[in-house]
Design a protein around this ligand. Structure first.
Ligand SMILES: O=P(O)(O)OC[C@H]1O[C@H](O[C@H]2O[C@H](CO)[C@@H](O)[C@H](O)[C@H]2O)[C@H](O)[C@@H](O)[C@@H]1O
Length: 282
């Protein structure tokens, strides 16, 4: 059963449910989006870095035996891996590439369509060359056109040009989707972060509590993958979401991850200790 979209509740209100979920679990799987979640949103995508508190909290969780930590990002796998250390699992390109247990799996359809993404990125470089500060990020399996630094008067035309190029050269193979001040070009088939989270969760023992934290539209499928048995946490405003909880900012993400690395992990560890039988208790 999935959770219908509604307004996520502030995380403080949801702590009793989170505690109960952790107390009933043997392990925790924590899946984390990168931009807007671990790293504050910035103008230049190359300049995005996790806050120090998030970096430390992720390192602590990655060293906690009862916790599996994963980063699930829209960035290319190689890119996001360089930006945050510690997790044993990374998914890049919105789940199209997945690195775990020493292997990297790339979705075969995305692999086949990578040449077309590359071609479109080159065409866009030329078509958008006169738009000030419009930037194309070629991520091999997907591409991103960035409008955050484009002058407001030029943004509509830049978006129109992007749509035109993808319509013309993408055919039925590629589609456009929207993110925070970006348009993303990717293979036109139903695969997203939620599928990656399901694959990651399938490797965990049955009594694992799954938590997903993210801030954007592509994180919604991942919230649906963990809710309602697990915990989805949407970062930012109170837009309708399939996540049940909300935090305001990457700083609040760090507070929650620190709590999870101390109190949260203890709740899970305690549920591991067998309860004393009446005979032992005498
Ligand atoms: O799934 P994520 O890890 O959150 O990645 C989503 C996209 O994030 C990046 O773009 C966003 O962050 C930039 C840096 O803060 C910002 O300038 C941009 O406006 C945001 O949309 C990244 O560059 C994209 O490739 C990711 O798809």
């Amino acid at each position: 059963m999935t959770r219908a979209e509604s307004s996520p509740r502030p995380i403080d209100e949801q702590l009793p449910r989170i505690r109960e979920t952790l107390e009933g679990a043997d392990r925790v799987l924590v899946c984390l989006d990168f931009d807007g979640t671990l790293a504050p949103i910035v103008e230049d995508p190359d300049a995005a870095v996790p806050t120090e508190q998030n970096r430390n909290a992720v390192a602590t969780l990655a060293n906690t035996p009862s916790v599996t930590t994963a980063v699930v990002s829209g960035r290319a796998l190689t890119d996001v891996r360089e930006r945050i250390d510690g997790p044993s699992i990374y998914a890049g390109n919105h789940g199209l590439e997945l690195a775990r247990t020493g292997t990297i799996a790339i979705h075969p359809v995305a692999r086949k369509r990578a040449a077309r993404v590359d071609r479109i990125c080159s065409v866009l470089e030329t078509a958008l060359r006169h738009i000030p500060n419009c930037r194309i990020e070629n991520k091999r399996l997907t591409g991103t056109v960035h409008f955050r630094s484009v002058p407001p008067a030029a943004e509509p035309i830049a978006r129109r040009i992007t749509r035109g190029v993808v319509d013309r050269f993408g055919g039925d193979a590629l589609e456009l989707s929207a993110g925070k001040r970006i348009l993303e070009i990717g293979p036109d088939f139903p695969w997203g972060k939620g599928n990656a989270v399901e694959l990651i969760a399938a490797d965990e023992p049955p009594a694992t509590a799954a938590i997903y934290i993210g801030d954007d539209v592509t994180d919604e499928s991942a919230f649906r993958a963990v809710e309602p048995d697990g915990i989805g946490i949407r970062v930012g405003n109170d837009a309708p979401s399939s996540a049940s909880c909300r935090v305001e900012s990457p700083a609040e993400v760090a507070s929650f991850l620190s709590w999870l690395g101390s109190t949260g992990a203890e709740l899970v560890a305690r549920s591991d200790v067998p309860t004393a039988t009446p005979i032992e208790a005498q």
